[in-house]
Structures are given as structure tokens and as C-alpha cells.
Design a protein around this ligand. Structure first.
Ligand code: ZN
Length: 326
């Protein structure tokens, strides 16, 4: 156990431990003779007081681990220091944190590729009892750290917009299409800014995008030689929208239905009993729903063909027009 405790922090010494259900509590102490004032850097060995501090660490043999340390407060004897006392600090534990750095790192590694709700479910199975709000807070905190982006690496990327506040604030996200990882984010979707941003990635060869002409222009300006392709989601959305409109026009306004049609809420519309067959005026919405189902049954099997150049695609004009005005 001593070795295990040293693995968390070299300055920890093992005292004792206990098991309480699925939690293992490990009591440790600091083995340092003196501590360094975090404000002025001078060293002190004069203890002011001791208080218990507990935090969570990585699990051991399926048990969640809680470390309890009698944290010491020292006097700072530097007359020029603004602080009279300071609490002892450890490399394994950020200030005020209730999780060790390595546990936070494990949580982030899980949360980075899945939603916070899924990450919470996975982590609760053995690593830590963390809710989705804790995960979001950790991710936000890490996002504030300086990100090191290898701008030479991305060659095949996908760009799309996202809303920080719907209809008001939009940003652009770039995903590496080869690895599926987010490369970078931009707090704008204006053509000029997106163009400058794209130009800072010199090796881009293929860009997948939606039907936005603003993005098309930005890509053309930043990388004239790059191939622009439509992403699968938008190509299918455009195609299904167009096919739905076309099929709705083909369908008659009034569809005769045999009087012995199966009973069901859809068919229980009031009809005149004396008619040999009732005439049912299906609403546009209901017809559209029926057409949508028919389209998806036909469209889904051709998905593996992947990307299609947007020039050949039927794209949603209304969306582009809306975006141009926003
Ligand atoms: Zn000091």
C-alpha cells in the first residue's frame, strides 16, 4: 500500500486504510519537513494548524478510492509576503480540487469521445461517480487551457456550423475526417473569418461541407485547389426534401379508400354512411409523412456510396437563403 500511495504523490506516506462498501478510504500524511509558500516561494516548517482534506483517486480492484490527508497550514515567515499563512500543496492535486489530477484525466479521456451522459454511465461502472454536469465542467475547464493544434496535419476535413445561441450566435467546427477528432473551433461562420482560419491549415486537400455558399466561398479563397464535397447528412437531407416535394405533387388531393379498410385512429374519420366508398381527404402533413417513410426505405441502402460533389447535389435553397440573411 505504501508503494501505491507513493504512486499518487512522492510526498505522501501511508497511514492506514478501511473498506466501506464499494469505497476504499486511504489515510495518508505528508512526509515533507517543510513546505514552500505558493505566494512568495520562501520555505517554512512552522505549522499553524491541521485540517482534514479528502479527494477521489483512480479505483483499486473495483473499489472507488478516497484519500484522506491531514493537510497542514504553515506560517509564512517572509515579512514581504502578503500572506501570513498558506496551505501545503501537492503536485497530484490542484488547488481546491476534490479529484486527483490523474482521475480528472481519466474522466476527460472517457468523455472526450462520447456525450457527457454516456461518459457518466461508463464511469459510474467502476472509475468514479460523476454526473454529466461535473463532466461538462471539467471539459470546459480544460477547453480554457492553451490548445496545441498541429496545423500541418489535417488534409481531409469536415466543417460545419453550430449554435451557441440559436438564431443569434454561431461558430464553425473543423473535424479531421480521417480520425474523427475535432481539430479546431472558430467563434464565427462569416466567410472572411472562416477563410482566414482555413488558410492557417496549409495542407488541406479535401473539405466536406453543407450547402452553405459562404463556406464554399471561404474554402475557394483559402484553398483554391482543394476539393469541396458535400457531407452525407446534407446530401441525403437535400435529396429526401426534393424527393418528398416531388412525390407530394404527384399525389392526388383526394384519395379513395375502400369502405372495408382496417379500423384504426387514422381511418376513423367521420364519413357519410350512405356512400359505397368513402372519400378521404388526407392532409398534406399525413401524405408527407407517408412519402418520407417511402423515401427512407429506398434511400438508406445507397448510403455506403458516401460523399458526392455538391455541384451535383440538390441542396436546400431555403436554408442557404435564411443563412445569408442572418
Ligand atoms: Zn509567503
Amino acid at each position: 500500500m505504501e508503494e501505491l500511495v507513493k504512486g499518487i504523490d512522492q510526498n505522501f506516506g501511508y497511514q492506514w486504510s478501511e473498506i466501506d462498501g464499494d469505497i476504499m478510504r486511504v489515510y495518508v500524511e505528508s512526509v515533507r519537513r517543510e513546505a514552500e509558500c505558493p505566494y512568495c516561494g520562501s520555505k517554512s516548517n512552522q505549522v499553524h494548524s491541521v485540517y482534514p482534506r479528502k479527494f477521489r483517486d483512480l479505483p483499486i480492484q473495483g473499489k472507488k478510492v478516497e484519500i484522506i490527508i491531514n493537510n497542514r497550514k504553515f506560517f509564512c515567515r517572509n515579512p514581504e509576503c502578503e500572506h501570513k499563512t498558506f496551505a501545503e500543496r501537492y503536485d497530484c492535486l490542484p488547488r481546491m480540487a476534490r479529484k486527483s489530477s490523474r482521475l480528472s484525466e481519466a474522466i476527460m479521456n472517457t468523455a472526450i469521445n462520447v456525450s457527457s451522459i454516456t461518459a457518466s454511465k461508463i464511469l459510474k461502472q467502476g472509475t468514479a461517480d460523476v454526473g454529466k454536469s461535473t463532466i461538462c465542467r471539467l471539459l470546459k475547464k480544460s477547453a480554457k487551457m492553451e490548445l496545441e493544434i498541429d496545423r500541418d496535419k489535417p488534409e481531409v476535413v469536415c466543417i460545419d456550423d453550430f449554435a451557441t445561441k440559436k438564431r443569434y450566435n454561431y461558430g464553425t467546427v473543423m473535424v479531421n475526417a480521417q480520425t474523427g477528432q475535432i481539430v479546431d473551433m472558430l467563434e464565427s461562420r462569416e466567410s472572411e473569418e472562416v477563410s482566414q482560419w482555413l488558410a492557417s491549415f496549409p495542407n488541406i486537400k479535401i473539405v466536406s461541407r453543407d450547402g452553405s455558399q459562404l463556406y464554399a466561398k471561404a474554402i475557394r479563397t483559402a484553398h483554391p485547389g482543394a476539393m469541396q464535397v458535400s457531407d452525407r447528412f446534407h446530401i441525403f437531407k437535400g435529396l429526401t426534401d426534393a424527393a418528398r416535394q416531388f412525390m407530394i405533387h404527384l399525389m392526388p388531393q383526394r384519395i379513395p379508400i375502400a369502405s372495408d379498410a382496417p379500423a384504426g385512429s387514422y381511418w376513423q374519420k367521420e364519413t357519410r354512411a350512405d356512400l359505397p366508398e368513402r372519400l378521404h381527404n388526407a392532409s398534406t402533413q399525413k401524405r408527407a409523412a407517408a412519402v418520407q417513410t417511402a423515401i427512407w426505405v429506398t434511400a438508406v441502402p445507397i448510403q455506403p456510396f458516401g460523399c458526392i460533389r455538391p455541384e451535383n447535389a440538390v441542396l436546400t435553397r431555403r436554408k442557404n437563403r435564411r443563412r445569408a440573411h442572418s
